[in-house]
Design a protein around this ligand. Structure first.
Ligand SMILES: [Zn+2]
Length: 229
């Protein structure tokens, strides 16, 4: 696709007729199964990678797929876009799975690694990855064959789940067993989606990791307090 206008033309002629029935079904409500927190990178396309269509994913994207840790009371000191999207997805939409998805060759992770970010807004935002720098330096790479940027990205993606666990909505739903958290990592060069395997402490093909989790635990219970909005 060469530009925005060409893309809209293609949508009108091809996708719009194909999705007409599905959009009609979704006109008044949505009931996505997954909250997908991914990087803004143009090469990471959540619906393509997850084989998803309209209504399937509630998507949050930002630079370097970060979920900032709550500070202070969680209201005044923390950027609220991610926190509020997570609360809405869990409490109102009732999603069962939360995915944080990092990727190879991430510009945000490269900036964290190089440490020479000129823009103060970007620098402030990337502070959410500082714990990953520490963990990577202390514990070493999960996969030494990767570049340093990719090693850091894998750690950061994994650690964003720890930030999420302390969000009030996530904590409540984890206690009730109504949500599962996943760290995914997309290798752009070979187009493969990996997922963090907590037992092996490494990223492996996402299908294998999810299948092994399903073998150990049934689907999360439905939350009676949630209703599709
Ligand atoms: Zn990125």
């Amino acid at each position: 696709m060469s530009n925005l206008l060409d893309g809209i033309r293609q949508y009108e002629s091809e996708q719009r007729p194909a999705y007409a029935g599905r959009f009609a079904e979704l006109a008044q409500s949505q009931s996505p199964h997954t909250l997908f927190l991914g990087c803004s990178d143009s090469r990471v396309v959540p619906s393509v990678l997850a084989g998803a269509g309209p209504g399937d994913l509630f998507v949050v994207r930002n630079v370097a797929n970060l979920a900032p840790a709550l500070r202070g009371d969680g209201l005044s000191g923390t950027p609220s876009a991610v926190v509020s999207a997570v609360a809405y997805a869990l409490d109102v939409l009732g999603v069962h799975d939360v995915v944080v998805c990092g990727h190879s060759n991430c510009g945000g992770m490269r900036a964290v690694l190089d440490g020479n970010v000129a823009d103060p807004h970007i620098a402030r935002w990337l502070e959410a990855a500082e714990s990953a720098v520490h963990a990577w330096r202390v514990s070493g790479p999960m996969n030494p064959a990767l570049s340093e940027v990719d090693q850091l990205s894998q750690w950061s993606t994994r650690l964003q789940l720890e930030h999420l666990r302390r969000y009030p909505a996530v904590r409540r739903h984890l206690e009730k067993g109504t949500v599962r958290l996943h760290a995914f990592w997309f290798d752009i060069a070979d187009g493969r989606m990996l997922a963090y395997d907590e037992e092996r402490r490494a990223y492996r093909p996402a299908i294998e990791v999810l299948e092994s989790r399903d073998d150990r635990a049934s689907e999360p219970a439905s939350d009676p307090a949630s209703a599709a909005a």
